[in-house]
Ligand binder design. Sequence first.
Ligand SMILES: CC(C)(COP(=O)(O)OP(=O)(O)OC[C@H]1O[C@@H](n2cnc3c(N)ncnc32)[C@H](O)[C@@H]1OP(=O)(O)O)[C@@H](O)C(=O)NCCC(=O)NCCS
Length: 180
Amino acid sequence: MLEVLKFSAKNGEEITLRPAAPEDAGAIISTVRSISPERSYVLMEQYGKDEESARDYILGMDRQNNLLLVAIANNAVIGCLAAIQADYGRRPRSAHILNVGLHLIEAYRGLGIGTGMLDYAIGWAREHGFKKLTACIFTTNKRSLHVFSKAGFKEECIRRKQIRIGHEYIDEVCMGMLVE
Ligand SMILES: CC(C)(COP(=O)(O)OP(=O)(O)OC[C@H]1O[C@@H](n2cnc3c(N)ncnc32)[C@H](O)[C@@H]1OP(=O)(O)O)[C@@H](O)C(=O)NCCC(=O)NCCS
């Protein structure tokens, strides 16, 4: 599989997908922090801290077992996807699973880019011998549920009142996809 993939978004702009480089750290942080109550916890936990820790992570990451993918439009990072080995690969029993988080800046949502990034990650997982992908998505996040379902993820369980946003408690859907 080619590491760099180019395609056209629904607005005609050329999008490039490629694995993240250390110099993307600052842009990844701003992307992950950009507006959305539904931001991905996989991404927030891993890269939401500061630019320096994101750069250190990218420099030291095990690229055989973890994918950090960026989407570029007009020479700028506009989205990122992390597929992180379950339990950071420490437990052989769950080492076949990747946990996925995906986030685009607002201006680039709804243009087919998230779908393209998820397809890339599924291909990468297959090529690297992973057997399952998982993602946790708020029940209120209809667009994300649609994108993951369309890619082949199935609902596995619902964690009720898993997240509090303001005064509201929100359920979360755990989705999984078996990689054939
Ligand atoms: C969720 C997210 C990653 C999806 O990526 P995207 O590029 O915006 O999505 P796409 O344009 O590829 O696909 C959107 C699909 O959802 C559909 N959709 C849009 N709003 C919808 C809604 N309210 N209900 C159901 N489907 C909806 C669109 O019609 C489209 O479907 P289609 O491809 O079958 O035509 C992106 O919107 C995002 O970053 N959101 C904020 C962060 C987030 O929620 N991350 C997910 C948590 S892991």
